[in-house]
Each structure stands twice: as C-alpha cells, then as structure tokens.
Design a binder for this molecule. Structure first.
Ligand code: PLP
Length: 481
C-alpha cells in the first residue's frame, strides 16, 4: 500500500526533536532577539516568499531551515520583554508544549462521543473560570473560542436570541465609546442597522457615563424600541478602565437588559487581590468574555465565554430538534458544538489545564500582581521625571503618558508630533515595540505591561532611549522654526 504522508518512527522523532530544540532555543534567547520584524514591506517579503505552490517535494529539513531563517526574523516577538504595545502575548512554555501535543494528537473537540476526555477537560477548566469570577458553577457554563472577538460574537448572538427571539427589528444595543472594535464587528455580523446601535460617551476617566446611558435607554423606550443589551468594559484596551459594573448591573436588572461584560483584556486581573477589587460586580453579568491568550498567559488561540445559564447557549446554538435531546445521552455530557459556532474544534482546554496544573494558580496570581505593581512603579518614575506627563494612570497594567518637557513650552501640535516621532524612532531601532494611541484627542504613548519577563530596568532603558530621541527631535524642531 502506498503511504502518502507518513514518516518512519525514526524520521518522526528526529524531525520532532529538531522542532522542540528550535522552540526551546527561541524561548531561551528571546531577550537577545529584536522584538520588531526585519522586513516590513510587502515587496521585500515577496522577494523571499512569493512562488507558485511547488509540484515537487522538498527535503523536510531544508523547508524547516527556510522557515527559521525567514519567517522568524520577519515576525514581531509579542512575548519579548520590550514588547509594550497593543496587548503583549507573554505565553508560557508548558502551554506551548501542551498546544503542540493537542495538535499532535488531533483530538476532535466538538462532541462528547467523539472525545469524552476533551469535553470533560473543557467542562472542568470552564468551571475553574466560573469559580474565579463567582459565576454559578451548577447552572452556569461556557465555551472556549479562538479569541475574545469570537467570544463577544457568541455572547451577542446568545443575548439577542434570549432577549428578542426571532424578531429583533426594534432591538437596541448599547456600548461605550471605549468598547473594543470587535464588539462593533460582532454587531455588524449580526446584521443590526446603524439606528439600532447606541455609542455612549465616556467621562474624563474613560468610564461609561451612567446618566447618558440611562437617558438613552429612556428615550428609546419612549420611542417604542427594545433596549436589549449593554456591553460593559472590564478593562478597556486603551486605558485598562473598568466601567462601574454594579451600577450597570442595577440598570440592566431594572430594564431587563442583557449585561455582557467584555473582560477580554482585564479579566485576568481577577487573579490578583487588587484586580479582584476593581472587578467587583463582574459576577452580576449575564455573559462575560475572557481571553486566556492575553492575561492568563496562554499562547494563541484561546478565548472564552462564560454565561450565567448554560442552557442559554444550547438553546441558541443547538441545531437538533429538541425531541432528540434525551436519546442523545446524558445532558451533563456536553457537546460543545451545541454551545457555539464551531463544529470541528481543536483541544484548546488542554493548554489551559496543563499550565494551571503544572504551575499552580499561585504562580499565575503572582505574575498578574507583579504586572500591576510594575505598572504602578513606572507611573511613580514618570511622575518624578521632568520630561514626562502621565495622561492616564496605571490601571490594570496599562499606563498612558507623553513626553512634554517642562520649560520647552511646546504647542499641542508640537507635543503630538514629538510623541509620534519618538515612537517611530523606537520602532525603527527595532529595540522595542512602543506605539501611540489617541486619548482626549492627544497623541500619547501607551504601555501594556502584562509580560512577567518585563522588568523596571527594561522600561527605564526604553524611556532613556525615548528621551535621547526627544532631544534630537526638539533640536530639529528648533532648527526649522
Ligand atoms: C483583545 C480584545 C478583544 C478581542 O480579542 P481577540 O482575542 O483579539 O479576538 C475584545 N475585547 C477587548 C477589550 C480586547 O482587549
């Protein structure tokens, strides 16, 4: 019999060992690497990669070497200690190997019958999360998704199904102007019209304006519309801000509105004492998005959705006639294809399970606490310096600030230019990934410090580099004027 794809045991082992060696070496030398990709434009990369799909086979080692020589240096290292932007992907080695194992075993994680252990692991690890967030473990439930975007989409489909049934022509959904773009994307996917979306302005601390929300709901009700869902932030991506969750929960209860909390960024903070305090009220949500590939230190991809009542998911996504449910087996034996959009699913729960079992929650708690405290230390350092101005204080490991040297009397436009230019030069040096965001119409530098490898010396190093560039830029500005 011809064997198309399989290798001999010896070939499999030697090829596999090589890959493990490469991964382990990558982790071991991460700090010495440049976090920014070598080539950034399409033309350069086309020169390396562009070709027709090859008809003829190649030597496996040659292909692997090509990948290591060309793909690795042309990728951003999101787990690098000096990757400060967006949301870093610190990951962890146990989960990295667990994910490789999950792929190696290729376990189908859709239905109970196909792989009971996969479903059981997902049930058990989802329960861990339910417990962490004080959701009811008995009636509650959840599902792992590819990431926060898919978790938000899954939540909003469920919210609409439960609150509106089939007719959502009068339904209105509310979110703050700081809500993550994936929510608007999900709303678009769901086919809502622009007139059904209310974007509520935030206050000077980037929190939803509660009175503005109340007014919007009252106005919509007067017009005969159906307010059905509010998306609250538990850690905005820009500033780490948590909306006033208890006040929002009161409104949602009173108005019969679904409370979805997007905790994709901030959810992990529940593991620290301070974070837990800041997230008070999160347990009152109907649904909650968490994103283990962010602040639970997992490699991509794993997101998660938790709900107060697991039957909300099954009654939304199950496509079997209800009368077949009983013959299908015990209801506690969950088919996760009934809980979300995907049928064929990889075993995402394995890395979560193995890393928490191996390191213990204790280690995760210490790491999250360290991240929060490091960011506070950075704030203290910036406040003492004459060059820096804190724009949004350290909140759940995010801080925003800008370079604005006193005595220079720069215009707002010059300060914007200065900070934009600092970020550009840092990126060009390839020493750090450090980019700007816009807050209150100002260009500000944003640091998200959820990587436990990042030290205060790393941050000071980068800030010194920024100050050096600032001097250059200021003298350029003076020459021009
Ligand atoms: C990152 C993020 C998302 C999207 O999650 P992905 O895993 O990137 O799909 C949603 N909401 C918030 C608040 C986020 O920070």
């Amino acid at each position: 019999m011809e064997n198309y794809f399989d290798l001999s045991l010896e070939e499999m082992k030697s090829y596999g060992y090589k890959i493990v060696d490469l991964i382990a070496e990558h982790w071991d030398t991460m700090r010495e690497k440049k976090p920014v990709a070598e080539a950034s434009n399409r033309k350069d990369l086309d020169q390396i990669f562009l070709q027709e799909a090859p008809e003829k086979a190649s030597n496996a080692n040659d292909v692997l070497n090509f990948v290591m020589e060309n793909i690795v240096p042309n990728s951003t290292v999101v787990s690098h200690p000096k990757f400060y932007s967006f949301v870093p992907g610190p990951s962890n080695y146990i989960s990295t190997m667990a994910d490789s194992l999950a792929t190696g075993l290729n376990i189908f994680s859709g239905g109970w019958i196909a792989s009971p252990a996969a479903a059981e692991l997902e049930i058990v690890t989802v329960n861990w999360l339910l417990n962490m967030f004080n959701f009811p473990v008995k009636e509650g439930g959840g599902i792992f998704t590819s990431g926060g975007s898919m978790a938000n989409l899954t939540a909003l489909v469920t919210a609409r199904r439960i609150k509106c049934g089939d007719d959502f022509s009068k339904a209105v959904i509310y979110l703050s102007d700081q809500a993550h773009s994936s929510n608007i994307k999900a709303i678009k996917v769901l086919g809502f019209k622009k007139e059904q979306i209310r974007i509520i302005p935030t206050d000077f601390e980037f929190r939803i304006g509660i009175n503005k929300l109340k007014n919007a709901i009252a106005k919509d009700k007067l017009e005969g519309l159906q307010p059905f869902c509010f998306i609250a932030n538990a850690g905005t991506t820009n500033t780490g801000t948590v909306d006033p969750l208890n006040e929002i929960a009161d409104i949602c209860e009173k108005e019969n509105i679904w409370m979805h909390v997007d905790g994709a960024y901030g959810g992990g903070a529940i593991l620290s004492k301070k974070g837990k305090r800041m997230l008070t009220g999160i347990e009152r949500a109907d649904s909650l998005t968490v994103d283990p590939h962010k602040w639970f230190f997992q490699p991509y991809e794993i997101g998660g959705l938790l709900v107060k009542d697991a039957s909300w998911l099954s009654s939304t996504f199950s496509e079997k006639p209800e009368y077949l449910r009983d013959v299908e087996g015990n209801e506690s034996e969950i088919n996760f294809y009934d809980y979300g959009i995907q049928l064929t699913r990889r075993l995402r729960a394995l890395k979560f399970y193995m890393s928490i079992k191996t390191y213990g929650l204790e280690t995760f708690r210490k790491a999250v606490t360290y991240n929060i405290e490091l960011t506070e230390e950075v704030e203290e350092y910036l406040r003492k310096a004459k060059t820096w101005e804190v724009v949004s204080p350290a909140t759940l490991a995010i801080i925003n600030f800008r370079c604005n040297p006193i005595n220079e009397n720069l215009t707002e436009k010059q300060i914007d230019y200065l900070n934009q230019e600092i970020s550009k030069r840092v990126l060009a040096s390839r020493e750090a990934v450090f980019v700007t965001t816009i807050l209150n119409k100002q260009v500000v530098l944003r640091m998200c410090l959820i990587n436990p490898r990042t030290t205060i010396d790393d941050v000071k190093d980068t800030l010194n580099q920024c100050e050096k560039y600032a001097k250059e830029i200021l003298s350029e500005i003076k020459k021009e004027s």
